[in-house]
Design a protein around this ligand. Structure first.
Ligand code: GTP
Ligand code: SPV
Ligand code: MN
Length: 593
């Protein structure tokens, strides 16, 4: 078998460390075949045909969705598994109280047994990829070994995959070693293990999204955040957008919202009529890597190359740019299929079809109490399909950030928008972010939990140290972005959202941009700056003024309860819980009293 490795590989790379590692993985997993991925069109065609022939992908109607395919996961494998995700550091303290921890020897031992012989009868694909624009000082090379052709085809969309990655790596040993095997999809034998001290990821027993596409949450966030702490930068669960004002001036904003809480939608937003001369451009929809530029501002790149976006709720009203993005060359996962071979999900435009094939391949009839598409069904689409893709998305330096927005999904308490008084107070707003859980991870949906900076499932080290890193970065950023908090998800007594959201979020974004450039006043409250009466442009907005009042209302009673929960969270963080943030909480409490 060794000759086979060398035979295929040497045309692509002579990197000894890489060849040795691939040989070791092959000896462990014992695949029948090894395929090195070069990222070419011919390879895509070949692998797509193979995926169709083996039932991994179902071709969709080429007249309706050219180049599009449907994939159905095993029904037990449809979301991230936070309880099976581990940070494997020498000490448990390094992983901290919010991560599952396993000692590296134990994790390597356990998973070695699982990987042993796990690819017998299967093909082992070797995927070289880059996270980040080619030539960017932030970019990183990863290698993912997988037995899943679905993973290969997704990684091809989500990363800069193939030859450019090997060219960037050269003969360097500095690459992330990602080993993935689908196994038998038994949740009892499912582990997503990160070894940040070894720049290594081992993932076994899931074929789904964030568990299996190792460049995304595993490398770009968990390993990335670890590197960011050591090297003085940020790896964050953030969208990146550019807002162009009528005079052509661009302002770049990042936003941290937890999973399935609106990043993709905000990043692709189309401003309403009132803001017809404004334009929003997408740089990224899920992950931002940010570092201090020579000019003293914070600069962000999107490490990804495509979108792995939530399907349900996406329609031509809520997110027309996403609908255009997924019109072609897209892989759909766990959505429903129409009779004529198109896709469907809850919240799509138009009439609900009478009959569908549901996400599990079963016949489905209108009026059924079960959902036709899985609530965490997704599309994987190349970013180049996005009609509002920023022209700076491949810039090695990235874009300069003027504002950072933290936003959770909160039915109560948290107002539409707040600006922090200063950096430490803004870090406090981000650190205390609460949000209702969603279908993006297995477990109960709709439970409010603390999700600091939307990074609870993704910080690859001690959460207290992570928050301290945010505080410490202040002195490294001479011209820091302004920090904000938003909530699109507050509900009225009728249980309906008070704020129309989606494109209408432009009204809030405009205030944020104006504040970031110190062009508009604000009203000081104990919680932070809020828009002065009349400063939030509501003209042409077709909802009763009382609803906006309710969405922006701050109730001292509700906040006292909130602050108690925040105290519990800071206490849970233990000895690394930053003193500064606890002081911020006490200051707020004293302002309230
Ligand atoms: P991940 O890919 O999981 O990280 O999610 P995301 O943060 O990119 O979330 P996304 O934009 O895909 O939105 C998730 C869900 O929230 C979808 O069902 C949207 O329709 C809904 N949503 C997004 N923005 C808004 C909004 O402004 N208001 C309301 N009410 N719903 C929204
Ligand atoms: C998320 O859950 O935040 C996602 C989807 O963006 S996944 O890639 O599965 O993590
Ligand atoms: Mn995400």
């Amino acid at each position: 078998m060794a000759s086979q490795i060398d035979g295929t590989a040497t045309t692509l790379t002579r990197n000894k460390a890489l060849l040795d590692w691939v040989r070791d993985c092959a000896a462990l997993c014992q695949p029948d075949r090894i395929v090195w991925c070069d990222g070419s069109e011919a390879e895509k065609e070949r692998l797509t045909k193979h995926a169709v022939d083996t039932g991994v992908l179902i071709p969709l109607n080429p007249a309706k969705r050219p180049g599009c395919y449907l994939h159905r996961s095993n029904p037990n494998d449809v979301a991230r598994v936070e309880h099976l995700t581990f940070i494997c550091t020498k000490t448990q303290e390094a992983a901290g109280p919010t991560n599952n921890w396993m000692a590296p020897e134990e994790a390597y031992g356990k998973l070695t047994k699982l990987f042993h012989g796990s690819m017998k009868g299967r093909t082992m694909y070797v995927i070289p990829y880059v996270m980040g624009p080619l030539g960017s000082p932030l970019s990183r090379v990863g290698l993912e070994i997988t037995d899943s052709v679905y993973v290969v085809l997704n990684m091809r969309i989500m990363t800069r995959m193939g030859k450019p990655a090997l060219d960037m790596l050269g003969d360097s040993n500095d690459f992330n070693r990602g080993l993935h095997c689908t196994g038998d999809l038994n949740p009892e034998r499912r582990y997503i293990c990160h070894f940040p001290e070894d720049n290594t990821i081992w993932s076994f027993g899931s074929g789904y999204g964030g568990n299996a596409l190792l460049g995304k949450k595993c490398l770009a966030l968990r390993i990335g955040s670890w590197l960011g702490k050591d090297e003085g930068w940020f790896a964050e669960h953030m969208l990146i957008l550019g807002v162009e004002s009528p005079d052509g001036h661009m302002t770049y904003v990042t936003g941290a919202f937890p999973s399935a809480c609106g990043k993709t939608n905000f990043a692709m937003m189309i401003p309403p009529k009132r803001f017809a001369k404004w334009k929003v451009w997408t740089v990224g929809d899920d992950i931002a890597w940010m570092r201090v530029g020579k000019d003293g501002r914070l600069w962000a790149v999107n490490p990804e190359n495509g979108y792995f976006g939530v399907a349900p709720g996406t329609n031509f009203g809520s997110n027309p740019n996403a609908m255009k993005t997924i019109a072609r060359d897209t892989i759909f996962t766990n959505v429903a299929m129409t009779k004529d071979g198109d896709v469907w999900w809850e919240g799509m435009d138009g009439e609900v079809p009478d009959e569908l094939t549901d996400w599990q391949g079963r016949p489905w009839k209108k009026g059924s109490t079960e959902k036709a598409a899985h609530p965490n069904s997704r599309f994987t689409a190349p970013m180049t399909n996005n009609p509002v893709l920023s022209k700076h998305v491949n810039d090695p330096e990235g874009v300069p950030i003027s504002a950072i927005v933290f936003g959770g999904r909160r039915a109560t308490t948290v107002p539409l928008v707040l600006q922090s008084f200063n950096w430490a107070h803004g870090v406090f707003l981000g650190a205390t972010l609460g949000s209702e859980t969603t279908a993006a991870a297995t477990g109960k949906v709709g439970v409010v939990r603390r999700d600091p900076m939307a990074m609870l499932p993704f910080a690859g080290y001690n959460m207290g140290e992570y928050l301290q890193h945010w505080l410490d970065m202040q002195e490294k950023i001479p011209y820091p972005p302004k920090l904000f908090q938003v909530n699109w998800f507050r509900k009225g007594k009728d249980g309906k959202f008070l704020w129309p959201g989606f494109g209408e979020n432009m009204r809030v974004l405009k205030w944020i941009v104006d504040r970031a450039h110190v062009r508009v006043g604000g009203q000081e409250t104990p919680f932070g700056w809020v828009p002065k009466a009349g400063d939030l442009d509501l003209s042409g907005l077709d909802i009763p003024a009382e609803k906006v009042d309710e969405a922006t209302h701050i109730d001292a009673g509700e906040w006292k309860q909130e602050l108690t929960e925040e105290a519990d969270f800071f206490e849970m963080l233990g000895k690394f819980s930053p003193e500064t943030l606890q002081l911020q909480r006490k200051l707020l409490l004293s302002r309230l009293d």
